[in-house]
Design a protein around this ligand. Structure first.
Ligand code: SF4
Length: 427
């Protein structure tokens, strides 16, 4: 059979799109494979959110070319949208498909490399990760934060029809996935033509009431997305007690220069109210360091705010100038070594904060959805509130949701022991 390796970089939305494209390709008789060796076709859903993401995209495409010189190399996604000419002219990719051509991937591939001897197959054939699946509900952004290239490459906000989302969720559950993550550029902006559900809360309610889903998780939210209607839905234990609310900076003046649509007071209020509504909630965030013109005082303000928020996880990353964005034109006098020092301090805070959160749960029994074996009988999985847990077992734990006693910490995970009996509740 013709073998297709398909990978994704960047956000959960990219992963959701890859999952959907993979299913289309499998249904046309291609064998999906994890390995890029001897692939007939290699597809990468690229990312361009930072210059490092650009570099990683080029690196993966070149590596696939080296491993499978005969393969058709296809770049999709945000980098392919931003600079298709460069990827094709340089020979890094044979084809660079913009977002509006991406949906035609299966047809395009079929016209150039028709499947050999294949039958419509199991979409999950040859691929891991049946545990969790990303489902796209929305795409695009109207906010235009000054550092962000996403509105330029993804375009304005659009939502998918609720019936299509429900159908997609049902198909993933039928394929064996136990956890569904609703993804989009801004899922809090989900809306559908004035019909019910009119927003994210309505959609979540329909998924919870209309399917037998085990776990439902939401990807990034903004502070004003955490409405009382949405908060009320966490009374259903199947909705994972985990919210990711990108902060970007804990400094008021930096937030204004970033054109973020909230103040620090809005942010803190939203976090406090959702914490009051949802026990054991995990609040994770994104924090940028080294935004143009960030003074020593502004960095300290951001650091103090983050330290006071007790985040369960912080994705800390350095600012990266993106062509075409207002921030790329802003003056910046901070030396690189100062920025590196600030980055290290914020990363240390992130480690400390995450550790503080997960240690609260030592000694407790929580449900863990086991994902895969990392070798030697060591299994890893996640609690509903996004704590990574590891255990040793000779049994196949893959995709099983089991009660686990959290006994010790090891590095950035908690060690657990599977205990007898069914899982507790749903989460
Ligand atoms: S909200 Fe801001 S950071 Fe997020 S995608 Fe839109 S412009 Fe980018």
């Amino acid at each position: 059979m013709s073998r297709i390796a398909i990978e994704s970089l960047g956000c959960k939305l990219n992963q959701a799109e890859v999952d959907s494209l993979a299913r289309q390709l499998a249904s046309r008789g291609y064998l999906l494979t994890e390995s890029t060796d001897e692939a007939d076709v290699y597809v990468l859903n690229t990312c361009t959110v930072t210059h490092i993401a650009d570099r990683k995209s080029r690196h993966l495409l070149r590596a696939a070319r080296r491993r499978s010189p005969q393969a058709l190399i296809v770049a999709l996604g945000c980098y392919a949208q931003r600079d298709p000419g460069m990827l094709e002219r340089s020979g890094i990719a044979d084809l660079a498909l913009s977002h509006d051509r991406k949906e035609a991937l299966a047809e395009i591939v079929e016209s150039i490399r028709p499947p050999r001897g294949g039958q419509a197959g199991d979409p999950a054939s040859g691929r891991r990760h049946r545990t969790r699946s990303m489902v796209k509900i929305q795409v695009g952004c109207n906010q235009f934060c000054s550092f962000c290239v996403v509105p330029l490459v993804r375009g304005p906000e659009r939502s998918l029809p609720p019936e299509d989302v429900l159908q997609d969720v049902r198909e993933r559950l039928a394929a064996g996935h136990r956890e569904i993550v609703l993804t989009g550029t801004n899922i809090g902006r989900y809306t559908w033509n004035g019909q019910r559900p009119q927003g994210l809360a309505g959609l979540v309610e329909r998924i919870l009431s209309g399917t037998d889903i085990t776990r439902l998780r939401l990807s990034s939210l903004r502070p004003h997305d955490l409405t009382p209607e949405l908060a009320g839905l966490w009374s259903d234990e199947r909705l994972c007690p985990h919210v990711h609310i990108p902060l970007q900076s804990g400094c008021e003046s930096t937030l204004r220069r970033m054109n973020r649509p909230y103040s620090l007071a809005d942010y803190a209020r939203a976090v406090q109210s959702i914490r009051e509504a949802v026990p054991a909630l995990s609040v994770t965030t994104d924090v940028m360091v080294g935004f143009p013109g960030e003074s020593a005082g502004e960095f300290e303000e951001s650091y103090r705010f983050c330290a006071g928020m007790d985040f369960a996880g912080m994705h800390v990353f350095p600012y990266s100038a993106r062509p075409g964005t207002p921030a790329a034109e802003m003056p910046d006098g901070t030396p690189d070594d100062v920025k590196r020092g600030r980055l290290q301090r914020m990363l240390a805070l992130a480690r400390q904060s995450a550790r503080h959160y997960r240690l609260q749960f030592l000694g407790q029994t929580m449900n863990v959805l086991w994902e895969g074996e990392s070798g030697g009988g060591t299994w890893e999985g996640l609690t509903a509130n996004y704590i990574r847990v590891s255990t040793r077992s000779s049994e196949d734990l893959g995709n099983r949701l089991l009660p686990v006693k959290l006994t010790a910490e090891k590095g950035q995970v908690l060690l657990g022991e599977n205990i007898e009996g069914g899982y507790i509740g749903h989460g």
